[in-house]
Design a protein around this ligand. Structure first.
Ligand SMILES: [Zn+2]
Length: 435
């Protein structure tokens, strides 16, 4: 009976969250924070809002532990990407339940997990659960843009509110069948985003007389082509080694691994492929602002993702090798992410024991997120063991991947309920540990 009522509670809470427009930009996450605050306070939880500007609040709720064990943070974000109603079958902010699915922007990324986490901590509080260490619920703002209003800002200004030994966040958790076996990827790490800018100089002139000028755009073309065609040498890191051993039962030479995975399942290959080397994707270029003026300057921005633990400056040297004798300036724009957590922890055991209960024979699979998540902000300063894991068992993994940030986003009610049960399970497992 308790389970059935938690399902209903999570559905209702998620519907309410989806009906609040928290598209970022501008975010307006305070709408969600106020809504969650009244729900959580009703369960007897202590709730604080932290906001750099009034309309963009982050919420932290705390179930106090005895102070003798590690803390667990249930981490999520309340902002979403935009939605174009013209592309959708249903209003993206309807929160409508159709069949066994709840529709709306954020259902998967990630208001579903916000609702599941809130229901998990609220239900445990009502039951009088007393963990050894604090159980902390964090609903952060501004994850999708990262303009400094969200978790990074909370970590800087109120570190004690969110400091935790363990954390569960978004990033992975969808059920995949690889060959004969069932896995649920669990994200231990993420790649580092390290975009850079190339500057190519020439000499301007009238476009009708190209011979008297030196066209920077034309000079930039071979740089773009070389980077676009470049395939860096592949190598394993600890997490991808563990992934490969789990799927293949051994570790083949890195040059053979994609072929070997393909033979097991094309999906296995797809999962590992972006995680074996840095990637270089030229995405933006600017040159002349006038059609009839030959540009003296061309700037090319390259999206670059490097492996966790990889030396950024070594990657810069690699770029210089690839571009060789060509003339250009090179400037790293930003470096974010690339943090990792160990896999042999009680939190991993909690994921595994939950799967053993709900999907006998299924195993967690070590995984690296090719993008960026808020886990980075906790792993860096606090050394938090942060995993990206929210189990999705009923909805097909490929459908799920297609719906995130896209039209007709929706979550299956069984998955919402399963996620709630998982978070309760993890809270009990970590809450039973001694320091
Ligand atoms: Zn997200």
């Amino acid at each position: 009976m308790a389970v059935a009522s938690l399902r209903g509670e999570a559905v209702e809470l998620l519907q309410g969250l989806i009906r609040l427009d928290t598209v970022n930009p501008p975010g307006n996450e305070t709408l969600a924070a106020d809504y969650l605050r009244s729900y959580l306070e009703e369960a007897g939880l202590q709730v604080e809002l932290y906001a750099r500007v009034p309309e963009r609040a982050n919420l932290v709720a705390r179930l106090r532990g005895c102070g003798t064990g590690p803390r667990l943070a249930l981490l999520s974000h309340t902002d979403t990407v935009l939605a174009d109603p013209g592309e959708w079958q249903l209003d993206p902010w309807s929160g409508e339940v159709r069949g066994d699915e709840l529709w709306g922007r954020g259902a998967l990324d990630m208001k579903g997990q916000v609702a599941a986490s809130a229901v998990a901590i609220a239900s445990l509080a009502r039951e009088g659960f007393r963990p050894n260490g604090d159980l902390i619920f964090v609903a952060a703002a501004d994850e999708e843009v990262g303009a400094g209003f969200g978790l990074s800002w909370v970590c800087d200004t109120h570190p004690e509110a969110v400091r935790a030994e363990y954390a569960l966040n978004e990033g992975a958790g969808e059920r995949v069948v690889l060959g004969e076996r069932v896995f649920y990827p669990c994200a231990l790490a993420e790649k580092m985003s390290r975009p850079f800018r190339l500057r190519v100089h020439g000499r301007s002139g009238h476009a009708s007389m190209p011979a008297i000028a030196d066209n920077a755009l034309v000079k930039a073309a071979p740089l773009i082509q070389r980077l676009g065609e470049y395939r860096p040498r592949r190598r394993y890191v600890a997490e991808t080694e563990a992934f490969t051993r789990a799927v293949l039962g051994e570790l083949p030479p890195v040059d053979e691994v994609l072929e070997r995975l393909e033979a097991v399942s094309p999906l296995a290959r797809e999962l590992l492929e972006p995680l074996l080397a840095p990637t270089f994707s030229p995405t933006m270029a600017t040159a002349s602002r006038k059609r009839n003026v030959i540009p003296a300057l061309c700037e090319v921005v390259v999206d670059c993702r490097i492996l966790p633990g990889e030396d950024g400056e070594a990657v810069d040297r690699l770029v210089h090798e690839v571009l060789g004798e060509l003339e250009y300036g090179h400037e790293v724009i930003d470096a974010q992410g690339g943090t990792r957590s160990p896999g042999d922890t009680p939190l991993w055991d909690a994921v595994a024991s939950f799967l053993a209960e709900v999907d006998p024979g299924a195993e967690p699979l070590p995984y690296v997120v090719p993008g960026f998540t808020d886990s980075h902000w906790l792993r860096g300063p606090f050394g938090t063991v942060a995993y990206g894991f929210f189990p999705i068992k009923t909805m097909d993994a490929e459908l799920q991947a297609r719906l995130i940030h896209s039209a007709d986003e929706r979550i299956h009610l069984d998955d919402l309920e399963l996620g709630t049960e998982f978070l309760r399970h993890a809270a009990r497992a970590i809450g039973a540990l001694d320091a």
